[in-house]
Each structure stands twice: as C-alpha cells, then as structure tokens.
Ligand binder design. Structure first.
Ligand SMILES: Cc1cc2nc3c(=O)[nH]c(=O)nc-3n(C[C@H](O)[C@H](O)[C@H](O)COP(=O)(O)OP(=O)(O)OC[C@H]3O[C@@H](n4cnc5c(N)ncnc54)[C@H](O)[C@@H]3O)c2cc1C
Length: 383
C-alpha cells in the first residue's frame, strides 16, 4: 500500500483535495439518524468519483495506491471544512481491510470495488446479547447444507444495519470446539430472506445501532472469508483496524473540535479564568500526545504492522481524550450552549454523549487495559 514512483506528493494531493472540497457542496446532515445514511451515501459516491476514497487501497481493486500520509492529509482537509466522512467507514476502515487481506481473488473482485464506490455499505455483526467482551462465547450458529450455510441467531448493537447492504458476521460453525475455535467469518447479504433488523435508540436519540436477527438465512459457502471454522484471527484483525485506523481519524476530528471550542470560548469572554485555562491546557496536552501516538500508528500502518496489541493504546487514548474534551466543553460553555435548542447545541450534546460510548465500542476500556497488560506487558492472565 505504499506510494508508487508516479504518485503525487502529499502536498499536491492535499492541494487537490482542498480545491475539490472548496468547490463541493458539503452535505448538511439531519438532526437525527433518519435520512442520514442516504445523504452520506451520495456524499461517499461523490468523493469516490473525485478520486478521494480508497486512497491507500491498491489500484488493482479500485484504490489510488497512495500512502497513509496521503490519507491523513485528506482526513485533515475533510475535517477542516467540517465535512462528514464517507458513509462506508465500517467497510473502509474495519471490514474492508479484512477482505483485502484474507479474501480470495473472487471475493476481492466481488466486494472491494462496490465498497470503495459507496455502492455497498457494510455493517459488522459481532456482538450478541450474551457475547460482547466475551466475544468467543457467541452463539449464532451456522450449519453447512450442501454448498450453503444456514445461519440462525441474533446479533446486537449492529451500527448502520438498517442501511447496510452487507454484514460481516461471526458464526459458530463447529460446536465440538470451544471458545474462539470453531468460529467462521461470513459475509451476509442483508437482503437475504430471514434477515431482519430492529433499531435501538441510543442515548443521544439516534437509532444508529440495531438488533439483527438471522432466521434460517442461507449463505453460499463462497461467502466464508478465510478458513471455515478459522474466523477468530480475522475477527481480531478487524477489531485491530477499528482501534488503530479509526482512532487516527478521530484524532484529527477532535483537534478541529478543540479549535472550535477555543473560538466559542473567546466569543463568550474577553479572557479566560485560571481554571478555564488549566482545563483547556490539559486537553491540549492530551491532543498533542495523541498527535505523537497517531504519527507512530501511521508509521505502523505504512509498514503493515497493524493490527498489534498497540492498537489498544490508541483506542484507550482516543476515548480518554474525547471524553476530556467534551467534558471540558460542557463545563466551559455551560448548560445554555450545550442545550439542544439549535443545530450547534444539538451537535455538542451528541458529541458529548457519543464520547461516552468510546469506553464501550470496539472493545471496552477495561478489555483494552487487559489486552495491554497481557500482550504488551506480559503480565499473567487474570482469569
Ligand atoms: C456506539 C456503539 C456502536 C457499536 N457498534 C457495534 C457494531 O457495529 N457491531 C458490533 O458487533 N458491536 C457493536 N457495538 C458493541 C460493542 O462492541 C460491545 O458493546 C462491547 O464489546 C461490550 O460488550 P457488551 O455490551 O456485551 O458489554 P459486556 O461485555 O457485558 O461488558 C459490561 C461491562 O463489564 C466489563 N467487563 C466485561 N468483561 C470484563 C473482563 N473480562 N474484565 C474486566 N471488565 C469486563 C466491560 O468493560 C463493561 O464495562 C457497539 C457499541 C456501541 C456503544
């Protein structure tokens, strides 16, 4: 995924992205979830046509074949004009890299281009009502029947499932095996008979995640990614990309939120009190540390060294920084500016609440700490 000899420099690529974004009509998102996916899908397609999606993906599968630093420059430009991400971020950042790495030629041919183009949106069906942190205890079952697998069971907290075209589902296919063995990574068409989705309203009022039910859903065995019964390693890779790549992008977005907060505070008061300055200073230092961490992660990504247990450090730092930033915003701007009376207030409240979710999605903070203790520090397992 490194840049080729004829690749544009990062500066040239950034200038091209900036020029395009300055001309583009940036979509305005609705207050709630409804209608959001359609607007973002259109936005994704426009970005793809402009050559701004799939930046680090190989050109053979429809990407630009550029470097991680080109992707970061684009993320900075997108955040600078407060433009949303493409709708397919689960596909682009989480599931897609797994398909690219473990898919056979036919699977890469079938799935990657529509994912990059925004024609097919992905969701991730891992968590179940009784299998979240303890993911290996998942019970959604897949039984082989000829050249198909029949899937039954339930997933939960599946983000974007109402609008997704495909889902990467973890299925128990060998019940004679225990824990993480006997699990397969299966690509399921969300329009298959027997798939149903029931939205769950989040604390911020959006029905962004869902319950997902599989009732005798027939999936061709050609949609098993990687080895049958051998999906656990792929699942861990998927989670690693979620922790590292996602954190790197969110760092940039949080930087912009911090700059906006400073502007808001300046507009409110001529000068900052010592306590306000101290709060802002602390968050600034956290953001600077995050910048250094993200630079290291970018280097790891460029060298193909993601996923590793270091991804847990990124995820923890993202959570801590985002929560500190949104809490300080709450304290400094006060209840009046955080009230959901206008678009700005609504966005601030949502950001504050979504910041709390960081301790949970992609593996809870407790789980990240355990991974760091066991896999980075070599401490004995606690269980
Ligand atoms: C906004 C959001 C979006 C999400 N999107 C998706 C998605 O698209 N697809 C998907 O599959 N999942 C998704 N999830 C689900 C997420 O991955 C799970 O919620 C998470 O893994 C925790 O699982 P759980 O909810 O079952 O909590 P539990 O595992 O029941 O954990 C409850 C609490 O116990 C703690 N705990 C559990 N086990 C241990 C342990 N061994 N040691 C220490 N503490 C422990 C946890 O840290 C947590 O505080 C999403 C969650 C959120 C909040």
């Amino acid at each position: 995924m490194s840049a080729s000899v004829q690749s544009p420099s990062v500066a040239d690529f950034r200038a091209r992205a900036r020029a395009w974004l300055e001309e583009a009509e940036i979509p305005q998102l609705p207050a709630g979830y409804e209608g959001k996916a359609q607007i973002l899908r259109e936005w994704h397609r426009r970005l793809y046509k402009a050559g701004l999606v799939g930046i680090t993906w190989p050109s053979e599968v429809g990407g630009l074949g550029l470097g991680v630093e080109h992707q970061l420059a684009f993320n900075e430009e997108l955040a600078r004009v407060r433009a949303p991400q493409p709708v397919g971020s689960i596909g682009l950042e989480v599931v897609g890299p797994t398909i690219l790495k473990y898919g056979n030629d036919a699977q890469r041919e079938r799935f990657v281009r529509p994912l990059l183009a925004g024609d097919e949106i992905w969701c991730q069906g891992f968590s179940e009502p009784n299998a979240g942190s303890d993911l290996a205890s998942l019970r959604t079952a897949g039984v082989i029947d000829g050249d198909e697998m029949v899937v039954n069971g339930q997933k939960i907290w599946t983000s974007w499932a109402t609008d997704a075209d495909w889902c990467a589902v973890l299925v128990r296919t060998d019940r004679t095996e225990v824990a993480h063995r006997g699990i397969s990574y299966v690509l399921v068409d969300m329009r298959s008979p027997g798939v149903s989705v029931k939205p769950i309203v989040m604390l911020n009022g959006d029905a962004e995640f869902n319950e997902l039910f599989f009732d005798d859903v027939r999936v061709p065995l050609t949609n098993v990614l990687g080895p049958l019964h051998g999906g656990w390693k792929l699942a861990m890779d998927t989670l690693g990309w979620e922790r590292a790549g996602y954190s790197m992008r969110r760092r940039i977005e949080n930087e912009v939120v911090f700059r906006d907060l400073l502007d808001d505070c300046r507009a409110e008061a001529e000068e900052f009190s010592d306590a306000q300055a101290a709060d802002l200073g602390r968050v600034y230092v956290q953001l600077k540390a995050f910048e250094a961490l993200a630079a290291r992660t970018a280097a790891r990504l460029a060298a193909g060294e993601v996923p590793t247990p270091l991804d847990s450090v990124d995820k923890l730092w993202l959570t801590r920084t985002e929560q500190a930033l949104t809490s300080v915003a709450f304290d400094l701007l006060g209840a009046a500016r955080m009230a959901p009376r206008d678009a700005g207030g609504r966005q601030r409240v949502k950001r504050f609440l979504y910041g709390r979710a960081g301790s949970v999605y992609g593996g809870s903070s407790q789980i990240q700490r355990t991974l760091i203790a066991e896999r980075l520090l070599g401490l004995p397992r606690g269980r």
